[in-house]
Design a protein around this ligand. Sequence first.
Ligand code: OOG
Ligand code: NI
Length: 270
Amino acid sequence: MNSTIFFEELWKQYTSKTPSAKKVKSLFEAKGNTIVNDHIAIRTFNDPRVSIDVLAKPFIAMGYVSKGEYYFEAKKLYAQHFEHTTDTNAPKIFISQLLLEEFSDELQNTVQTILDTVDKDIFLQEDLILKGKVWSQLSFSTYKKLLQESEYAAWMYVNGFCSNHFTVDVNKLETFNTLIEVNDFLKENGFKMNSSGGEIKGDATVFLEQSSILADVIKVEFNEGIQEITSCYYEFAFRHKQLNGELFTGFIAGSADKIFESTDMELQGK
Ligand code: OOG
Ligand code: NI
């Protein structure tokens, strides 16, 4: 698939379950800003059928290469980020995977069973990340069980394959100079920030400052009935110049660890 169309489809899929992202984008544009996407992020399990290597394939085909690795010990996650080899305007891609073998047999079996219900051909399609939840059943009791061990696993069970956020490139906004100004503007407009680890994660010393609004909450149909569950969120990133004069293009594990929590139901205050 042509890369412009691929990212447009990802944005459509993402905003259909993240109305706040559309609203925020319009608010910035109304003030005369151009929205450039710094990066998207994708979540998955390390099962070989759907691992990072599988989800990275369409991006590799577009000219992306792996540029960095990140480990999250407490959350039991591993991630890589990808950059386009020639197009410096192309968004970066951050893909993480849950390290299943580090969890209970019960969680491992649950995830295996869910994946086993899916037609194998689906996992081979290049547009897998546009497909969302590819398993047909959703049980609220399974969701709760996964949640006991991993918020990420529970979120993944409900939301499936998608871009779990897009990211406003704050460096490219015309009417904002700092992330603090961006956050103030978001709060003035009624959006709730993820304040885990502070509203701003990172600083000039690590060359990256990030913030995010809490994920939207949407109605999800389970076998047992409808429940409200987090969907996706919007992130804001300001990149600093490194000593070589170039903007930092990577990610910071300590900050990412907190950004992940933007989908945590517990932060919703509900
Ligand atoms: C990814 C969280 C990390 C970043 O920019 O550091 C991240 C996720 O929520 O899946 O996006
Ligand atoms: Ni991010």
